[in-house]
Design a binder for this molecule. Sequence first.
Ligand SMILES: Nc1ncnc2c1ncn2[C@@H]1O[C@H](COP(=O)(O)OP(=O)(O)OP(=O)(O)O)[C@@H](O)[C@H]1O
Length: 356
Amino acid sequence: MTHNIHLELHHPILSVKATLPGSGITAVVGASGAGKTTLLRCIAGLESAAAGLVNVNGVSWQDDTRRIRLPTYQRKVGLVFQEASLFPHLSVQANLEFGLRRTAQRTISLTQAVDLLGLAQLLKRSPTTLSGGEKQRVSIARALATSPDLLLMDEPLASLDESRKAEVLPYLDRLSNELSLPILYVSHAMSEVAHLAQQVLVLEGGKVFAQADVFEILSRADLPYAHGDHAFAIVAARMASFDPHYQLSQFDFAGGSIFLPQSRDSVLDMNTEVRLRIQARDVSLSLVPQHGSSILNTIPVKIAQINQDSAGLFMLELDAAGVRLLARITQKSLDQLGLKVGLAVFAQIKGVAVLR
Ligand SMILES: Nc1ncnc2c1ncn2[C@@H]1O[C@H](COP(=O)(O)OP(=O)(O)OP(=O)(O)O)[C@@H](O)[C@H]1O
């Protein structure tokens, strides 16, 4: 069986040909009006004007050459939108059970969906008494309980404030790790994408502008993300050790080790896989390793690319044993240090955030 999602879709505002992974989270990003929501609606069978092909892990939901076009209710798709649309007169439990009647073959049980989204304590509650984050967790569980072969999420966290977002993110991590279900996740927020996604599909004007793994997308000069004050790279690392005297955790990745202050009670289990977010403005470069510095993290790197960022500032893509980092430095530093593509230098990292 092919384990991917094959799309060849034509619609008045969309012309998309793409093969996406058949598991994990693929983020769909792009400017407002790029066609992200329309793409999800075409896949779900909600756009009658959509022609072409939608094949999900070997099952054709639509193939116009073979006159196949399943109606939405026959597509094994779970939908989660920005606003949770729960029935206010039904309990959480009854909301979860609502979609089950039409599900013949169940691959995810209601209990499993309740466990994955941490809803056991909320089942008897009315949705009107839930916080925004809790409502959205119920919506996700309801979509999962229908045993979909594909989960489509359209900005599921966009209506939540930062602390509610932070509360829901770990549940999304968990369900993508524990289920082999593919998820298409529309988002405007690159911080969410960096946290969750493995692949990213960038749409522009209804067409695929780029498709690559999240590490590449964040560093590409032809895309908007590796520009400006908020540009960052993410590094896949694992928890390697904790020094109780200095209260420092060590995270290892292919390019070296990163040390971070962490209080004793928030120390992660050994070998926990994490993503570290390193902002381009927090990385400085030196030609020799700096010993007389308060900066703990110095990583040997090679300069892979140099791009003008704005007046007087350059964005450098760095290669740390195959791992991409970004550094945003002034034109003056670039000239004074004689930085060139291919040069071996040392990246000093001033700040790092652990995403998971
Ligand atoms: N059948 C159609 N015919 C013409 N225009 C359409 C049709 N369907 C959608 N549009 C328009 O196409 C544009 C893209 O819509 P869509 O909602 O998919 O973009 P989006 O990338 O999800 O945007 P946002 O990030 O703002 O939600 C919108 O302006 C929408 O009104």
